[in-house]
Design a protein around this ligand. Structure first.
Ligand SMILES: Nc1ncnc2c1ncn2[C@@H]1O[C@H](COP(=O)(O)OP(=O)(O)OP(=O)(O)O)[C@@H](O)[C@H]1O
Length: 937
């Protein structure tokens, strides 16, 4: 019994984008809800489907009016398929799964189907035992991924006589309630969501398939049925031809589109009425849905469309797809396992039939034998099935060597409408195909693993390359650093050498200067000695000259001596003449004498004054000397202080010349000031000396006047002696007395004169000494000036010595720096050697790693090539060789459900323990451990 694919069409409301872009609804659904008129810009026309749902149709109505019946079919043992087709965003997921599976209004058809399944089971008779299992997979990039066991991301598709087409290794989870199913759905969707989150656009490019398998067993008869329900949410149909825009490679784009393209091709082949080959094997999707499209399945296709003019082209394409699919004819039949009684009856029937056929064949062979022998069999004796069935064997010709042909083996599953194969050939082909599918899957997995490995190796290689680059850079930097250090070292050693040379030359210069200084000192001492000697002799000479000069000015003694001699002569004359002198003469003589005495007294007084003055001058001199000494001391102190200050300043200041000039100016000013004050004192002394000289001249003049007066007195005495020699005796007596007195006076005068002369000489000596000391002072002043020059020299020397010390310090520092640098260089060289060693070892490692990598890469490529070769061979073999079915299922933990809401505990050796299904919800956790064990081997 063939049945067409049921196609329902559903329109969603216009979305925000469509409204924003000015789209308007361009669909019109007829009252019966089976026709849709598209009034587009480019197309106007109608399409009729089994059912058309408008934009506001609630989820419940879609289920009730188009899907609900399929659940009854599946529970009755039919295979069923519901798949949603349409462009991205057309509402496929909304229709299949719904906006929220827990929301009564928005939950989609899958939750409703699940709900309905369990409702049907509850409503079934209690002698029926059900098991429900669910699997959830995704096809992306032509790989089948188990959403309930995501580590299985490339499962092979197998086909065998017993199970038909199935995904090998797909986890099937036994469920006992709709909540169990929801839980499974949530788990699967979460795994799908993860991939969707990572690759946003992929959600609409992968096909998701939920498979619900329901088996029912009549516990009374042992008869069993099983139905599979495929619930498929296809990828967005408009992606065909558009994926290149999403940045995928051509290969990936091809793979993404392959399943949808193959779906279109399969539908075309199924509906064009002339294709003998249906390309189910062209994609994973069509292979899995093979029975759903033109096979043993009751299939419903939901085409989801946009009502908007904005998506007119896509809607039209979807509607055309639906129209084509509508004509696909399926041959759904119950997948039943017969009960023993049924099997016995069937066997009996078959045996009877076999006997009948055998008889028929034997009769026919007998007839053929007669004909072959040239005889004729009368028409009434011709063998017919009726006669054989009636057992009228007499009418039949005798048969010999009968071989019974095998009865036709038409299993419940229909053969794929492709090339007709012999049964053995087909089994062998399927077996071989399964093997090859396994191999392909294995190889693909291996390839993927190898690709991953290659990727990781590439990453490792790039890491090593980066490391190598970093090491090379580090090496370069270190080499540059070492070169810099070497240069620095060279520079420092060069500078150190230069400094050592400079220090040596400075030392030599210093030595020369010291020796020069020594020589100069010696010369100076010699010159000083010579000068002292010369000065001494000069001094002596000058002293003598001055004394002579002064003493010549003070020729008083001569005058006195003359006067004395004259007086003596006069006295002698008086003695000789007796009364030679007159009284007047005597009186005048006496007067002269008294004048002389007064003069002498005056001179004595003057000498006293001079002595006083001399004392004062001495005092002044000593004061001056003291002052000078003080000044000198002060000067010394000042000089030392200034030098110290200057030194300090020089240490601070780099501009030595400026400081020296400033110091020089300062010192010169001080010298000038001191010189001026000393000059003033010297001038004053000179003035005083001049005054003394003047006084001395005056004294000399006075003495000269006195001499003149003495002469006059002499003349007068002479004249007196010539005029009157009367009263000689008296005169003699007077004269005698006078003579005595005069002798006495003369003796006194002589003594006084001597004393005076001594005193004068002494004074003169002192004046000379004073003058000389003045000269000395002058000289000393000059010496001081010279000394100041010497000081400068000394200062220079001090500077030189200090410079030398500074240089010595610098040299010391340089030597220290040099040794420290040598140490650093040694350290750096050691480090460099160590780093070089490390770099070498790293390079060796890198070389090894690269070699290894290259080797691995080569090996991998060789393996890859081998795999490719084997794949190629496998493909060739696949197309050439028939296969045998050989795959069996291993144990699964079922959770049987009894019709009428009874749970069967198969852990107690099949003894059904009835429980309330409400309690069954509490057992939800039990499916989880089963989860692991339920995968097909
Ligand atoms: N009948 C409807 N009523 C209200 N909203 C709908 C309907 N159909 C779809 N939608 C909304 O449209 C949006 C897109 O729907 P959905 O995700 O189901 O599209 P899709 O065809 O599955 O897209 P994709 O191919 O990208 O997976 C969703 O927000 C959904 O809620």
């Amino acid at each position: 019994m063939s049945n067409n694919i049921k196609v329902v069409c559903r329109f969603r409301p216009q979305n925000a984008l469509e409204i924003r872009e000015g789209g308007v609804p361009i669909i019109d659904i007829d009252e019966e809800g089976t026709q849709i008129a598209l009034k587009g810009k480019d197309f106007q026309g109608s399409f009729s489907f089994d059912k058309v749902f408008g934009m506001k149709t609630p989820q419940k109505d879609v289920f009730e009016y188009s899907i609900k019946t399929i659940v009854d079919d599946v529970t009755a043992g039919y295979n069923g398929t519901v798949f949603a087709y349409g462009q991205t965003g057309s509402g496929k997921t909304f229709t299949m799964m719904g906006a929220d599976i827990d929301d009564e209004n928005t939950k989609g058809i899958i939750p409703r189907i699940v709900e309905q399944i369990f409702t049907s089971i509850m409503a079934a008779p209690s002698n029926l035992e059900f098991t429900v299992k669910v699997s959830y997979m995704e096809i992306y990039m032509e790989k089948v991924r188990d959403l309930l066991n995501p580590s299985q991301d490339n499962l092979p598709i197998h086909e065998d006589k017993t199970h038909g087409v199935y995904v090998k290794g797909l986890l099937e989870v036994y469920v006992g309630s709709q909540d169990d199913v929801y839980e499974v759905m949530r788990n699967g969707s979460a795994n799908r969501v993860v991939s969707a989150t990572n690759m946003n656009a992929e959600s609409s490019r992968s096909h998701s398939i939920v498979v619900v398998t329901i088996t029912q067993k009549n516990v009374d008869t042992g008869a069993a049925k099983s139905g599979k329900l495929y619930l498929v949410d296809l990828a967005g149909s408009e992606k065909v031809g558009k994926t290149g825009a999403s940045g995928q490679t051509l290969e990936e784009a091809k793979k993404i589109n392959k399943s949808l393209t193959a779906l279109g091709m399969v539908i075309n082949a199924l509906t064009d009425g002339k294709s003998s080959h249906i390309p189910y094997r062209d994609s994973k999707l069509t292979r899995i849905l093979q029975e759903s499209l033109g096979g043993n399945s009751r299939t419903t296709l939901i085409i989801n469309c946009s009502p908007s003019s904005y998506n007119e082209a896509e809607t039209l394409s979807t509607l055309r797809f639906g129209m084509r699919a509508k004509t696909i004819k399926n041959k759904a039949k119950v997948n039943a396992d017969l009960s023993p009684a049924e099997l016995k009856a069937l066997l009996k029937k078959v045996k009877t039939e076999t006997v009948t056929f055998k008889s028929y064949i034997a009769a026919l062979e007998g007839e053929v034998g007669i004909w072959r022998s040239g005889q004729v069999v009368p028409e009434d004796k011709w063998v017919t099935m009726d006669k054989v069935t009636r057992g009228d064997f007499a009418a039949l010709p005798p048969a010999s060597g009968f071989k019974s042909p095998l009865p036709s083996d038409d299993f419940s599953r229909p053969a794929t409408p492709a090339i007709v194969l012999e049964k053995d050939e087909r089994d062998e082909f399927l077996r071989r195909e399964n093997e090859l599918m396994d191999q392909i899957t294995e190889k693909e997995t291996e390839l993927a693993n190898r690709e991953k490995l290659l990727e990781s190796l590439r990453e490792e290689m790039s890491y090593y390359k980066e490391q190598e680059q970093a090491a090379a850079q580090e090496n370069q930097a270190m080499t540059a650093e070492v070169n810099g250090l070497r240069l620095q070292l060279q520079k420092i050693s060069f500078e150190s050498n230069e400094n050592a040379i400079t220090v040596d030359s400075l030392k030599e210069a210093n030595q020369e200067l010291i020796s020069e200084l020594e020589e100069l000192k010696k010369n100076l001492v010699e010159i000083k000695n010579a000068q002292n000697k010369a000065n001494q002799s000069d001094k002596e000479k000058k002293k003598a000259e001055k004394m002579a000069q002064i003493m010549s000015g003070f020729d008083v003694s001569n005058e006195m001596n003359e006067k004395e001699r004259q007086i003596r002569d006069a006295l002698v004359k008086l003695e000789l003449d007796g009364n030679g002198l007159s009284v007047e003469e005597l009186v005048s003589l006496r007067r002269d004498l008294s004048d002389s005495r007064a003069l002498v007294e005056q001179h004595t007084k003057t000498i006293d004054d001079l002595t006083e003055e001399k004392k004062m001058i001495e005092q002044k001199k000593s004061d001056l000397e003291g002052k000078f000494a003080n000044l000198e001391q002060e000067y010394e102190e000042l000089l030392d202080k200034t030098i110290a200050e200057e030194e300090a300043q020089i240490q601070k200041s780099a501009d030595i010349d400026e400081t020296i000039s400033a110091l020089k100016t300062k010192l010169e000013q001080q010298y000038v000031t001191k010189k001026e004050s000393q000059q003033r004192e010297i001038d004053q002394l000179k003035l005083e000396l001049e005054q003394k000289t003047n006084e001395h001249t005056k004294l000399s003049t006075t003495i000269h006047d006195l001499k003149t007066a003495n002469d006059q007195l002499q003349v007068a005495l002479t004249e007196q002696s010539q005029k009157a020699p009367t009263d000689i005796s008296e005169k003699e007596k007077d004269l005698e007395r006078m003579k005595k007195t005069m002798a006495q006076q003369l003796a006194d005068f002589e003594m006084m004169k001597k004393a005076l002369m001594r005193d004068l000489q002494g004074r003169c000596e002192k004046v000379v000494e004073l003058e000389m000391s003045l000269d000395e002072t002058r000289e000393q002043y000059n010496n001081v000036l010279k000394a100041s020059n010497n000081k400068r020299q000394q200062k220079n020397m001090a500077f030189l010595v200090r410079d030398l010390e500074h240089l010595a310090n610098v040299q010391k520092q340089l030597v220290e720096q040099n040794s420290a640098l040598k140490k650093e260089v040694a350290l750096a060289e050691r480090k460099l050697i160590a780093r070089n060693e490390r770099i070498q070892s790293l390079e060796t490692l890198l070389g090894d790693a690269q070699e290894k990598l290259l080797h691995q890469n080569q090996k991998f490529e060789a393996q890859l090539q081998a795999v490719r070769d084997r794949l190629g061979q496998a493909r060739i073999q696949k197309s050439n060789q028939p296969t045998l079915p050989a795959i069996s299922l291993v144990g699964r933990i079922a959770k049987p459900l009894r019709g009428g809401g009874v749970v069967v505990d198969n852990t107690s050796n099949g003894e059904a323990e009835k429980r309330d299904t409400n309690n069954n919800n509490n057992k939800r956790g039990s499916w989880m451990p089963n989860f692991i064990n339920t995968a097909r081997s």
